[in-house]
Design a protein around this ligand. Structure first.
Ligand SMILES: O=P(O)(O)OC[C@H]1O[C@H](OP(=O)(O)OP(=O)(O)O)[C@H](O)[C@@H]1O
Ligand SMILES: Nc1nc2[nH]cnc2c(=O)[nH]1
Ligand SMILES: [Mg+2]
Length: 180
């Protein structure tokens, strides 16, 4: 285990198992939706690893597109301001959209994103988040697929960073508080 990590929350094997289950659920739920087309949208940069793994567990034709939004900058706290750094490359009107997120924390990022994407008239829109922190603020966001509930600690790995580090850890763990 990396020296800056105090505890491993989810191992590589646990993550792979859960991503496989979510992919299978999406394959079942969207079996009749393939005509309109399914677009997986990932929120860069954290969710790119999750979406890459999830896409390979969905046994239906899917397109992949990316949007970059950032509210955390290099810190461990949301700045409260969501910015679009990169927009989608394709239109999503009339398509079935599945937003892949790595973590739902304050809910600020997803609230903004869902509002923004809904205004483009997709056929449907659903959220697949690998992790969800149990906080009051995000309770209102409807997530169709949730990987794991996680404690209200600052966590890193499997895409999640602190100051751009630790994204490449294959597991998810709690960052020692003295690091941030
Ligand atoms: O629910 P919230 O409190 O909004 O937090 C969740 C968001 O925070 C992280 O992104 P970040 O802004 O750090 O950018 P990154 O993906 O490039 O790390 C994470 O990837 C989520 O998108
Ligand atoms: N790395 C990381 N990014 C986040 N963005 C929102 N919450 C978190 C968290 O716990 N860890
Ligand atoms: Mg971040």
């Amino acid at each position: 285990m990396h020296n800056d990590i105090s505890e491993i929350l989810f191992t590589e094997e646990q993550i792979a198992g859960r991503v496989g289950e979510i992919g299978a659920a999406i394959t079942r739920d969207y079996a009749d939706a393939a005509d309109e087309g399914i677009v997986l949208i990932s929120v860069l940069r954290g969710a790119a690893i999750f979406m890459a793994d999830l896409a390979r567990q969905i046994d239906l034709p899917v397109e992949m597109d990316y949007m970059a939004i950032s509210s955390y900058g290099n810190g461990a706290k949301s700045s409260g301001v969501v910015r679009i750094l990169k927009d989608l490359s394709s239109e999503i009107e009339g398509r079935h959209v599945i937003v892949a997120e790595d973590i739902l924390d304050s809910g600020l990022t997803l609230t903004y994103l869902l509002k923004n994407l809904s205004s483009r008239q997709p056929a449907s829109i659903a959220v697949a988040t690998l992790l969800r922190k149990k906080t009051l603020a995000q309770a209102k966001i409807d997530c169709k697929y949730i990987g794991f509930e996680c404690p209200d600690e600052f966590i890193v790995g499997y895409g999640l960073d602190f100051a751009e580090r630790y994204r490449n850890l294959p597991y998810i763990g709690i960052l020692k508080p003295e690091i941030y």
